[in-house]
Unconditional design. Structure first.
Length: 164
């Protein structure tokens, strides 16, 4: 039976593996999206709310530090089929953004405004308004690797043969 510390290390390692796999999948989608076809369509709704994940120490009246969740909806057509998209870019659903950037995005994507929609030609229901990827993916990938390494090192230390 695994002891508490070893079990915790194994769980951290498993979380690291899952985090790494999700990060790699998202990174691949972001990279592939650069070559997706585009369609010009209309923004149907935009909203921003204070992030539920806000911590007490993050509470601020400053528009730069106040965290928001930006939500957008747009409608587009592929082969005479109507689709509704909600993704701004790959990864945006994972993290809140500042109130300042929320206002900027709301101004850039007004309701009724025309937007370029990038959609996956193999799965047209998957779409984005901004293609490509940024440093977020590198940070997420490194985070997954660090958790995995941390878990492996603790388990390795636990089962290491005693030295004389």
């Amino acid at each position: 039976m695994l002891q508490g510390r070893t079990l915790a290390a194994v769980l951290v390692g498993v979380i690291g593996v899952i985090w790494t796999v999700v990060s790699l999948r998202e990174m691949y989608t972001a990279y592939s999206s650069r070559d997706w076809p585009k369609a010009e369509r209309t923004v149907t709704s935009v909203s921003a709310e204070a992030a539920v994940r806000e911590k007490a120490w993050q509470r601020s009246e400053s528009p730069i530090t106040k965290q928001m969740e930006f939500q957008i909806s747009y409608r587009y057509y592929v082969n005479d089929i109507t689709y509704t998209g909600k993704r701004l870019y790959v990864g945006h659903q994972w993290m809140p953004i500042s109130e300042f950037w929320t206002r900027e995005l709301s101004a850039h994507y007004p309701v009724g405004g025309k937007v370029q929609v990038y959609y996956d030609p193999n799965h047209p229901a998957e779409s984005l308004l901004e293609s490509g990827f940024d440093g977020y993916f590198v940070a997420a990938l490194v985070g997954g690797y660090v958790l995995l390494l941390f878990g492996v090192l603790i388990v390795r230390e636990k089962f290491k043969a005693p030295t004389r």
